[in-house]
Design a protein around this ligand. Structure first.
Ligand SMILES: [Cu+2]
Length: 331
């Protein structure tokens, strides 16, 4: 009997270890699905998602694994994408069960791989800029992360005006269920190798770039969060979202830019188009992702208010059920 227990004990430990925590199983780019290799997996197939060796949490903002995950290795493939494409992440437990946690943000970065395709790029040298962050659902204490526990995915747009080139995409969950303890936050980063096409002009500024590790500190209020279960306030860690993603360019310039609608819910995507003296806003807006996803284009003279009523000036129909979404377009 005791020998049986001795035999079983490690198996039980192993089972809970394997099913806990997780990784990005697939990334879809406008619905085209890239599948990643599982951690621990024996068999390997070509992918654009860097494989990690272990789906366990990473603790400590100074841990080298916060870069692209534990022992992340360069993937073989590079996936094509275009500005404004929708990226959809399917997070799973290591055994492909549903993602097990519900507390903490999704934060997403890009880093230029320069002239080399990203399958040859050492991510330790990456200088990352933030393109997106999402915490709790508007007016709710529920985090978007909670959707994953029922098998749903998380989507965000690539910036509408990002300049073409080789980019590493770093998408992470910071799981905060243990974040009331110092260094209790769990980092789950995942890196995907992209080649972005198009003719965008948006690039980050120097003060928007960070390294990982380096971009976060364990004492940041978004990482050590004593009140995570008692307050809905949340301060995202890391740099600001790159200005070219959040601030529209002036008309007359060459290509415009995005308008992120602040609170983690609206994923605005603006695009100034100046040929005819009007703004062209291409916009997307996700509410609770699955329930509510709209997309459209607004043509509007500079200086006009698009946000108050969020009415589309042309014959476009609104599909978002009355949520106000845009601010003044600067002329
Ligand atoms: Cu976990």
């Amino acid at each position: 009997m005791s020998s049986l227990i001795q035999l079983l004990a490690p198996l039980v430990l192993l089972a809970s270890y394997v099913s806990a925590h997780g990784f990005v199983h697939t990334v879809a780019i406008n619905g085209r699905t890239l599948t990643g290799n599982r951690p621990f997996g024996g068999q390997q197939f070509p992918s654009a998602i860097r494989q990690i060796s272990d789906a366990s949490p990473i603790n400590g903002a100074d841990n080298p694994s916060v870069n692209c995950g534990i022992n992340a290795r360069n993937a073989e493939q590079v996936a094509d994408a275009n500005p404004g494409d929708t990226l959809t992440f399917d997070w799973r437990g290591a055994d492909l069960s549903n993602w097990p946690h519900n507390t903490g943000p999704f934060i997403t970065y890009l880093a230029s791989c320069g002239d080399v395709p990203c399958n040859q790029f050492n991510s330790a040298n990456a200088r990352w800029f933030k393109i997106h962050q999402a915490g709790r659902k508007p007016g709710s204490s529920e985090w978007f992360q909670n959707d994953l526990m029922s098998g749903r995915t998380f989507s965000l747009p690539l910036p509408a005006n990002v300049a073409p080139g080789n980019y590493l995409l770093r998408h992470e969950i910071i799981a905060l269920h243990l974040a009331p303890q110092f260094r209790g936050a769990e980092f789950y980063p995942s890196c995907t190798q992209l080649r972005i096409g198009g003719s965008g002009t948006g690039r980050p500024q120097e003060d928007e770039l960070v390294s990982f590790p380096g971009g976060y500190a364990d004492n940041h209020p978004g990482i050590h969060v004593p009140g995570v279960f008692s307050s809905n306030e949340y301060t995202f860690p890391g740099p600001r979202i790159a200005r070219f993603v959040t601030e529209p360019a002036a008309p007359g310039g060459n290509g415009g830019n995005g308008n992120g609608n602040g609170n983690g819910n609206g994923n605005g995507n603006g695009n100034g188009n100046n040929g005819n003296g009007k703004w062209q806003w291409k916009w997307k807006h996700w509410g609770s992702i699955a329930a509510h996803k709209i997309q459209g284009t607004i043509l509007q003279a500079p200086g006009q208010q698009a946000s108050l009523s969020c009415r589309c000036p042309l014959a476009l129909k609104r599909l978002d059920g009355g949520r106000s979404c845009w601010r003044t377009c600067q002329g």
